[in-house]
Design a protein around this ligand. Structure first.
Ligand code: PLP
Length: 400
């Protein structure tokens, strides 16, 4: 069979299962409002712009200024791609995370690949939460280490799996790693860090936490999950992204200097990819400064907005996953129904993502709302009303 025919058949099957993915064109005219090609406006509850800093005048200004140093970096970090701004940002990130050092990668995705790939050997074992982000899953896939998946947030299962391997004869140099999302990207729940720290200590594991959704959202100054639990000194490696609350692009890893030195020498996604552009770095740096200088304001606004939307949806009878983070999943079940719900909302000017397999397990398709500090109360109340009404109509139509 010709490759094209085979792919067409597979695409058809994806479509038949109501799982076809398509790219939508959008232009953000503010952190929470986007327009399409026909100038139709959408209130967006689907971006990771937790603090709305993508449109902050100072962030834009710093990005523009940095364009004077070139629009592209044109080299990898180890050749010509390390700008003054990159080193300054790394210092600031280390400071923010209370670690000795930090290292920027080109995306959060590449950070997970680059860290897991470089730090693990064939004799090592990685214990990974079942609901970890795809980039951690893919990072585990490309390592030569053994990977054990423990049930989501299930400390007992994790400990059992560690004990099973401890009973096996490990090489003297073998290392054990525990890797987890800080805030889980699809359910919005928080990792049980105090228990994970205990287990990591008891069994001598290196603990890695991915705070992509936690920075700017929880912890002191919005510095993430470790800080939220007061455990900054107990987590070995903290990974994050510059692309969500920090309003830019890129990823980073923060930890002891020895980890960073090793990654600079061994991490292929770091070594063999062109560095981020000066303006990308400059905008992340300014967003971080704004967060640090105004964290009370932003975190309070985000938390109030989150509470308001959660309360509205709960009172409207929607099956939202309980929690406190700005990721609000409304569990629907079938992929087709979730898509219908999201499409109807889109027609009404509300942009919310329908999340379907393989992003979530089969039968747990959902609408996934993300709240921003930049949403106004009016936007939240209005969207909440429309979401509740729309769901009632869909349910009636289908006799659910
Ligand atoms: C978004 C996300 C990433 C990827 O970060 P990018 O900078 O978008 O590549 C990694 N891990 C988690 C948990 C995420 O939510």
């Amino acid at each position: 069979m010709k490759l094209e025919e085979k792919l067409k058949e597979e695409l058809k099957a994806i479509e038949n299962n109501e799982l076809k993915r398509e790219i939508n064109e959008l232009r953000f005219i503010s952190p929470t409002v986007a327009i399409d090609k026909n100038n139709k406006k959408y209130t967006v509850f689907a971006s990771n712009n937790y603090l709305g800093l993508t449109h902050h005048p100072n962030v834009i200004e710093e990005a523009k200024k940095a364009c004077n140093f070139g629009t592209g970096s044109t080299g990898s970090r180890l050749t010509t791609g390390t700008s003054f701004e990159a080193l300054e940002l790394e210092k600031k990130l280390a400071n923010f995370k209370h670690t000795e050092s930090s290292l920027i990668f080109n995306t959060g995705y590449m950070t997970n690949l680059g860290v897991l790939y470089a730090l693990t050997d064939p004799n090592d074992i990685i214990f990974s939460d079942a609901l970890n982000h795809a980039s951690i899953i893919d990072g585990c896939k490309i390592t030569k280490a053994t990977v054990k998946i423990y049930k989501h947030k299930d400390i007992e299962d994790l400990e059992n799996k560690i004990q099973e391997t401890d009973n096996r004869k490990l090489e003297e140099t073998s290392q054990k790693f525990i890797v987890t999302d800080g805030i889980f990207s699809m359910d919005g729940d928080i990792a049980p860090l105090p228990e994970l720290v205990k287990i990591a200590k008891k069994y001598n594991c290196c603990l890695i936490i991915d705070d992509a959704h936690a920075v700017g959202v929880i912890g002191k100054n919005g510095s993430g999950t470790a800080s939220y639990f007061g455990l900054e000194k107990e987590v070995d490696i903290q990974i994050g992204t510059l692309s969500k609350a920090l309003a830019s692009e890129g990823g980073y890893v923060a930890g002891k200097q020895v980890f960073i030195d090793y990654l600079i020498n061994k991490s292929r996604p770091f070594i063999f990819s062109t560095a981020l552009s000066p303006s990308t770095i400059a905008s992340a740096k300014e967003a971080l400064a704004i967060l640090e200088n105004n964290s009370n304001y932003y975190l309070e606004k985000l938390s109030n907005n989150t509470k308001m939307m959660r309360k509205l949806l709960e009172e409207g009878g929607l099956a939202i996953v309980d929690g406190e983070t700005p990721i609000i999943p409304i569990i629907i079940g079938s992929a087709g129904l979730a898509t219908e719900f999201a499409d109807t909302l889109l027609n009404k000017g509300i942009l919310v993502s329908a999340i379907r397999p393989p992003s979530v397990p089969k039968g747990s398709s959902r609408l996934r709302l993300t709240i921003s500090a930049a949403h106004s109360s009016e936007q939240i109340v209005n969207a909440g009303k429309i979401i509740i009404e729309t769901w009632k109509k869909i349910k009636n139509k289908r006799n659910l």
